[in-house]
Design a protein. Structure first.
Length: 345
């Protein structure tokens, strides 16, 4: 199966155990319900291509969305994960399968074909990226138009997520999908964004009335930390956009907003302010651990989950405080960490 792991995900593949697992009592149906398309156009069958970095083919090689789940590699993953429950190629310590079922009733399509962004966060990239012309831009635009066509013929209940690795509003490549795509009653959208262009563009999108969730990466609770962690970002612009969204959603029901905080050494002092920000809007706040995506040369310096890190104990204290807030959700590993450190006392 490793031959289907693209070269740029070999690092990720080799980081975790890729042998048959036993004793996992929970179930996962993602390999027959989920499609994630990455920035090279490769298709994966998990919500995170790092967790299951096996490509089932390039999006341009499929004529319908259904074909993706029928490919030989897809069939083999479905057997291993859904039928045999061996989870051979899965990152089971990270994806949650040891703690809960990873199942979805509707289809889930995550489109991550373009890294273009108006920010340059060090957790994500070491240089600024925004494709507006040239070969890469033209290729990706062809993929975007193809994906839009595939989606317009996919009449099944589906949540479409845009985008996990760039900003959908800052990118020109996502325009065929979010600005010119046809609205389909079967499709709901989950938008992941840094939020900074919502005020300018949100209401102009063709999918506006189909958006059911906003996931906004913030990573801070004050201007100093924000502008250090979210390079090129301006705190006052963020607040202006969050206020806009809050006002825009005033009369709408059942639309979720989640503010994200990726825990690292550079923002630990800002965690409580972040929880206050979440409470201010009465949205949900998710705190997640920093993962090694290969973007940091000195990952250990930033990884305060490491018990040897000098800020580890401080992190535990702050995390315990915010874990008591009703609007804050700790991703599984962090929840366990707090529980274990409390049990030890
Ligand atoms: S078991 Fe985990 S890694 Fe494998 S497909 Fe399911 S969620 Fe993804
Ligand atoms: S806002 Fe998101 S996509 Fe953009 S650079 Fe930061 S982490 Fe990456």
């Amino acid at each position: 199966m490793q031959e289907h792991v693209p070269y740029y995900l070999q690092h990720q593949y080799n980081l975790y155990d890729r042998t048959k697992k036993s004793g996992i009592r929970f179930s996962c149906n993602y390999p027959e319900k989920v499609l994630s398309i990455d920035n090279q156009g490769n298709c994966f069958l998990c919500i995170c291509d790092g967790w299951l970095p096996v490509s089932v083919g390039h999006i341009m090689s499929f004529n319908t969305i259904e074909e993706v789940w029928q490919s030989p590699v897809a069939k083999s993953l479905q057997k291993d994960i859904i039928i045999d429950k061996s989870f051979t190629h899965c990152s089971v310590d990270y994806c949650g399968i040891k703690d809960y079922n990873c199942t979805s009733d509707s289809y889930f399509i995550s489109i991550n074909i373009d890294e273009s962004c108006n920010l340059q966060c060090p957790t994500c990239r070491d240089h600024f990226m925004n494709f507006t012309s040239g070969k890469i831009y033209e290729n990706k635009l062809v993929w975007a138009k193809h994906i839009e066509k595939l989606l317009s013929n996919f009449n099944h209940k589906t949540i479409i997520a845009v985008s996990g690795n760039g900003d959908p509003f800052a990118s020109l490549i996502y325009r065929p999908i979010i600005m010119q795509g046809k609205s389909n009653i079967w499709h709901s959208y989950k938008i992941t964004t840094n939020g900074l262009l919502m005020k300018k563009l949100l209401r102009k999108t063709s999918i506006y009335s189909n958006i059911i969730e906003y996931s906004i990466s913030v990573d801070a609770g004050d201007a100093d930390t924000y502008e250090k962690i979210r390079l090129r970002g301006k705190w006052n612009v963020l607040i202006e956009n969050l206020d806009f969204l809050h006002n825009d959603l005033k009369d709408k029901k059942n639309i979720k907003v989640n503010l994200n905080f990726c825990l690292q050494s550079g923002n630990i002092e800002s965690l409580i302010n972040f929880a206050d920000l979440v409470d201010h809007y009465n949205w949900q706040g998710t705190i997640q651990p920093l993962e090694d995506w290969g973007t940091y040369k000195d990952f250990k310096q930033h990884d305060i989950l490491n018990t040897e890190h000098e800020l580890h104990n401080k992190m535990l204290e702050q995390l315990k405080v915010v874990s008591l807030r009703k609007n804050i959700w700790l991703k599984t590993r962090l929840g366990k960490l707090i529980k274990n450190s409390t049990d030890k006392k």
